[in-house]
Design a protein around this ligand. Structure first.
Ligand SMILES: [Zn+2]
Ligand SMILES: [Zn+2]
Length: 338
């Protein structure tokens, strides 16, 4: 088969790779329907994370079951399945508590920009649709496997409630999906922080009521201005930098909540400041598996269309250009077709 391999910063190549095989009776092999480039793939691509030896990339996938191990009975060959970037047995104590992305048998996916993918913990990880969905739904379902699930978790962790005010820090695919989630959870006012016209437009389409273009202290001042001087009920932090985290924490009102889902890079939280702020803070890798049945349903019924975050579609063999376009912010998110 063929797939993407990263060799060095800004050096992603499309290469022949060995076909994945079932390694454990709990594995499945899927044939990729569509895959994509994740914002978090840009960290190593930009040299902000060590790469080490050349290795395959990406953790977002939807596809057709090709083969299952002897212990996998929940899905069968031919079915269309959606999974999560973090695999889970869905039976251990952490899974039962709804934190499948902290499963005791968790394995993170990392080889999805390829024709075929091995899925560990397939029984607990994969959710099959009733029928093979039309191709028009594939991008939305692919988004559910990570960015939409993560945006949902951000809103959930920030405790968005009907009638509340939510601020979304970050206008990448996750932030935009966070806008969708806040809308679905009933936020009355959704303030998206974005400087890019195309992203502002999509944020509005997804339900943002206000756009704030300022950043840092100016951004915080603007949020205060828009929220009666006290800050927002819920803030979704969808970037993962020191600046975005500080902006998020300072945008929440006393008693408000910050959901942080951007993988932190050089982020330090001041304990004393957090203590006196009365702001609640929760985040981490999204327990996407918890939300899968609900989010798949919302996509297939047309209630949400997170597939709109893909504004560039390329054949999988042009994966390198897919990274480049996102790195240069010419694309929000690249969809790749095998
Ligand atoms: Zn991702
Ligand atoms: Zn588990």
């Amino acid at each position: 088969m063929r797939g993407a391999v990263i060799h060095a910063p800004r050096d992603v190549r499309f290469e022949s790779l060995e076909d994945p095989k079932l390694l454990h009776p709990t594995d499945a092999i899927i044939r990729t329907a569509v895959t994509c480039v994740c914002g978090s793939d840009l960290w190593p691509y930009r040299g902000a994370e060590p790469i080490g030896d050349p290795h395959p990339m990406c953790h977002e996938y939807v596809g057709f079951v090709e083969e299952v191990g002897s212990e996998v009975t929940a899905v069968k060959p031919g079915q269309f399945v959606v999974g999560s970037f973090a695999t889970s047995d869905n039976t251990c104590a952490n899974c039962r508590n709804g934190f499948q992305s902290n499963c005791l048998h968790r394995e993170f996916m990392s080889t999805c920009q390829a024709d075929y993918v091995r899925i560990p913990n397939a029984q607990g990880t994969l959710v099959a649709t009733d029928e093979v969905p039309g191709e028009e739904f594939w991008p939305g379902l692919l988004a559910v496997s990570d960015v939409m699930g993560t945006g949902w978790w951000a809103a959930d962790a920030a405790e968005v409630r009907p009638g509340s005010t939510a601020v979304v820090v970050g206008d990448g695919a996750v932030g935009l999906c966070g806008v969708i989630a806040a809308k679905e959870m009933g936020a009355e006012r959704i303030i998206a922080m974005s400087r890019h016209e195309s992203r502002q437009k999509l944020a509005r389409e997804f339900g943002a009521t206000d756009i704030v273009t300022e950043r840092g202290e100016e951004g915080v001042a603007r949020i205060r201005e828009l929220t009666g001087g006290i800050g927002a009920d819920s803030v979704l932090e969808c970037v993962g930098t020191a600046q975005s985290m500080s902006q998020a924490l300072h945008s929440a009102r006393p008693g408000g909540n910050v959901g942080f889902v951007g993988v932190p890079h050089d982020v330090a939280v001041d304990g004393q400041e957090l203590f006196f702020s009365h702001v609640g803070l929760r985040g981490g890798p999204a327990p996407v598996r918890r939300y899968l049945p609900d989010l798949i349903d919302r996509v297939l019924t047309g209630a949400i269309d997170p597939g709109k975050v893909f504004d560039l579609t390329l054949p999988l063999d042009q994966v390198a250009e897919g990274y480049k376009a996102m790195d240069e912010r010419r694309a929000i998110k690249t969809l790749l077709k095998p």
